[in-house]
Design a protein around this ligand. Structure first.
Ligand code: B3K
Ligand code: ZN
Length: 846
């Protein structure tokens, strides 16, 4: 396979003035007619006329009306083209109903839909399928479906056809088409300058009662982007379509967002609080792309974080504004540590802006997205609130209509703030998670307190040497009595070693470092459990308070795992204090009751130079749960009763926070043998959050058989709920049963490997059951490998993504490593393995 390099970028030889497409829809013989006006690109020297095209049957091709005979390969066609403006016309045939890769034009439950990012448009017609080639599109769809949609504003329509025209120049990856017998949930939004925008969420019949929440989220997003970023919507209509078969969450096609149905359909009875929050965030994310991604796009795919990091940052700001800022920050850091840290510290480590790839779909990663967003958060911290928005205004003003680069982005900040950001830019080019170590020095005689910082980053694939980065450290100081003497301020680390001094102190202070997780680093400090307990009780920074509690939990778990120690009283007492502190909001207390996941603990142990034993980790985690239940036993019934939300169900921060805390209490009571609450709640819940949590508790306690069956009978017609049903049984299976349970569920009549949601709910859940997946028998590894091998020829993208389950393999003992390696080699040896999976497995093997 060929490797593509950032350094090889050259512009395309031609510019496109306009694109006209006609689709004659047919399940196996769709005809696509294209008429494209090209002219020589003054910025390019190479006039090679190469159009991408894959899996297309070329029917005819002309230049300025004269038939041509291009030379065609698997990847596209080349033909002699004039060094002057000309019109290209072609007709191709494609087969949407047999397209199981779900890229290009395909069918899902009888409806036509498209997915073009990153390089799917080349499966629709011959085209320069690269993001820096932008054009206006006029589309005519001919088909018998009731609803025929494409990008932009609607034009003429009638029996069997509809026309759409998108006035905004866009790259082909933002093209979309949908055709089906769909029903809409309509609404409207008036922009701040008074333009009325028609809004629709289109769904399959039967799903119309699951659209209201998504619609409200859309309107909230439109308003928020006007209020916070001054960005207004720019078409007469905005359509969202829900599709069951989709490789990822959603797609920001101009004016026609296409969503995985699991990321837009929501109802009290079928969606959990977490689903509601996720749906709200994804709707916002895709909507925000209209400016950060669509109006300003990426020059090439190496610049992916330009749109994704920024848009994730924006959707996180939105969620903090809509819900709770500290809770959102904590949730994001949990996710970053669970998904991005292992990636950044393993064989798949790559810079936020990668410099090479074989298959770009493999780079829609936690590093590009979540670390990309962290980098923007740091930039905002460094330049400050006002300067950040000033820079963004300049970005929109200067680059509207452009396909831009990270250099452009940095330049905007340099120009608007006068700061030199070249060292900061290393965050985009250096991979790996920096470690920041802090040593303290206390000069009691003179009241001087010094913090000595040092930063370093371990080598990562292809990068042995790392240079110091700019790391913003938000910190404060507390007096020994607990009072904050120095409120949060930000210092900038720029050297490998650096010190910071405070003088005029009466007593040795307690520093609270990296407040709000001000940089995506691993902090190493001299800290013991007394200090952690002190911070847990006194820190004014809610993130660091949570962090102190988490550190105590981590420390006690590590001692339980490595030294068979008993759970630490310091942790349990601290926990009790926080949980009973009525001044804290229930969502925050609910978060505090959780302890680090088994997967995270494996990572912590491995960072410490220990080999994680999944079984021991699992046993310790269960034991700590039991210890928490004992410690809190007397307050659990009240905690449960007092946090039952009253009034109608609302999936907002307050309601979901209370349910979360009450469910935690229910789960701990079950640990003590009292399943009455879980049983009653399962039977009577009027919402999925409470029903599903009750089911989970019953299953975890080995008492779930009946409820599992009842749940299936109740929900068998609802494919999204049934995904949860598949996932839960596997996630909570005992380590020795996990592979068996998974295998049995793959034989269930409702298992459908072609549906990515169902495949992930099943095989993804196996990979997420840490002790089960890593059971010493190796059965989990073998089963996942079997299914990846089966799925690869049908759907390479989903297969490749799920290979990440193996990325941490070098953490484990020699026995497990050998078992995993054998599976990785077996996958790699599969004939005709896709480029996607081949690249992933090769990188993981290293
Ligand atoms: N931009 C899309 C992701 C496309 C993934 C292609 N493999 C959704 C998003 O990030 O909003
Ligand atoms: Zn995105």
């Amino acid at each position: 396979p060929q490797t593509i390099y950032l350094k090889d970028y050259t512009p395309f030889g031609y510019v496109i003035d306009s694109v006209q497409l006609t689709f004659k829809l047919h399940p196996t013989e769709t005809r696509v007619l294209s008429k494209i006006a090209f002219r020589p690109n003054p910025e390019a020297t190479d006039r090679t006329f190469f159009l991408h095209g894959e899996e297309l049957k070329l029917i005819s091709a002309t230049i300025d009306g004269k038939e041509v005979s291009p030379s065609v390969t698997d990847e596209g066609l080349t033909v002699d083209a004039p060094d002057a403006p000309f019109t290209w016309e072609a007709e191709v045939e494609i087969s949407p109903s047999t397209n199981t890769a779900l890229e290009g034009l395909y069918m899902s439950n009888g409806m036509y839909c498209t997915q073009c990012e990153a390089e799917g448009f080349r499966k629709i017609t011959y085209y320069p399928d690269r993001p820096d080639v932008m054009a206006t599109f006029d589309v005519r769809i001919e088909g018998s479906e009731k609803v025929l949609l494409s990008n932009g504003n609607p034009g003429a329509s009638g029996e069997g056809f509809a026309e759409w025209s998108d006035p905004w120049k866009k790259p082909a990856y933002l093209f979309a088409l949908v055709a089906g017998d769909l029903i809409n949930h309509p609404d409207s939004f008036t922009t701040r300058t008074g333009t009325d925008v028609e809004l629709n969420i289109w769904v399959r019949p039967g799903d119309e009662d699951k659209c209201a929440f998504g619609m409200q989220a859309l309107k909230d997003s439109m308003k928020w982007d006007e209020d916070v970023y001054g960005r207004e919507y720019d078409l007469d209509i905005f359509n969202i379509v829900a599709v069951d078969d989709f490789n990822m969450g959603a797609m920001e096609n101009k004016g026609l967002n296409i969503f995985n149905s699991s990321c837009v359909l929501a109802s009290q009875a079928t969606s959990t609080d977490a689903d509601f929050e996720r749906i709200e965030a994804i709707i916002a994310h895709e909507y925000f792309h209209n400016w950060t991604g669509n109006r300003i796009t990426c020059r090439d795919w190496f610049q992916l974080c330009l749109k994704e990091g920024l848009t994730v940052f924006r959707d996180a700001q939105f969620t903090s504004d809509m819900r709770s800022e500290p809770v959102k920050r904590i949730d994001d850091v949990i996710a970053l540590r669970a998904r991005q840290f292992p990636e950044d510290q393993g064989p798949l480590s790559h810079p936020v802006r990668p410099e090479e790839f074989q298959e770009i779909n493999n780079f829609y990663t936690a590093t590009v997205y979540e670390k990309g967003a962290e980098v923007i958060g740091m930039l905002k911290t460094l330049v400050g609130h006002d300067a950040y928005y000033k820079a963004l205004d300049l970005y929109f003003e200067r680059h509207d209509g452009d396909a831009a680069t990270i250099e452009d982005w940095i330049q905007v900040f340099e120009d608007s703030t006068g700061r030199d950001l070249q060292q900061f830019k290393r965050w985009y080019s250096q991979s790996g998670t920096p470690k920041v170590s802090v040593k303290e020095e206390w000069d009691a005689e003179n009241g001087i307190f010094t913090l000595h910082f040092s930063q370093s980053t371990a080598p990562t694939p292809g990068q042995d040497i790392k240079d110091p980065r700019v790391i913003p450290i938000a910190l404060g100081l507390l007096a020994p009595g607990g009072k904050e003497t120095h409120p949060t301020h930000v210092i900038e680390l720029t050297h490998a070693e650096q010190s910071l001094t405070f003088d005029g102190l009466d007593a040795r202070p307690v520093p609270s470092l990296l407040r709000g997780f001000s940089a995506p680093v691993i902090l190493e400090q001299e800290i013991d459990n007394d200090r952690r307990a002190f911070l847990l009780a006194n820190d004014t920074d809610p993130f660091n308070r949570w962090e102190a509690g988490g550190d105590l939990a981590r420390d006690t778990l590590i001692n339980m795992i490595l030294k068979d120690a008993a759970p630490s009283p310091a942790y349990l007492h601290g926990l009790r204090r926080v949980v009973t502190d009525e001044s804290l909001d229930p969502a925050y207390r609910g978060l505090m009751i959780q302890h680090p996941s088994e997967t995270e603990l494996a990572g912590t142990l491995s960072d410490m130079g220990e080999i994680p034993d999944p079984t021991k980790i699992h046993i310790a985690s269960r034991a700590l749960l039991a210890a928490k239940a004992e410690t809190l036993s007397d307050i659990l019934p009240a905690l449960y009763a007092d946090n039952q939300p009253t009034g109608a169900y609302k999936p907002d921060a307050e309601g979901s926070g209370k349910r979360d805390l009450a469910n935690a209490a229910m789960s701990l009571m079950a640990k003590l043998g009292d399943l009455s609450h879980a049983k009653a709640q399962f039977a009577s819940a009027d919402n999925m959050t409470q029903q599903f949590e009750a089911l989970a508790v019953l299953v975890r306690e080995g008492q779930g058989a009946e409820a599992v069956k009842a749940f299936y009978d109740q929900w068998k017609e609802d494919r999204l709920v049934i995904n949860k049903w598949f996932g839960l049984q596997i996630s909570l299976a005992e380590p020795e049963d996990a592979a068996k349970v998974t295998e049995a569920l793959t034989q269930h009549p409702d298992f459908d490997m072609k549906n990515p949601n169902r495949f992930r709910a099943t095989l993804g859940a196996l990979a997420g059951n840490h002790a089960g997946f890593h059971h010493e028998s190796g059965a989990g590894y073998a089963l996942l490998a079997d299914w990846l091998i089966k799925l690869d020829p049908l759907n390479p993208q989903t297969t490749a993504r799920m290979c990440t389950a193996f990325q941490t393999w070098k953490r484990y003992d020699a026995g497990r490593q050998a078992l995993i390696k054998a599976q990785l080699e077996r996958i790699l040896a599969t004939p005709n393995l896709s480029r996607d999976t081949n690249e992933m497995i090769s990188r993981i093997l290293g």
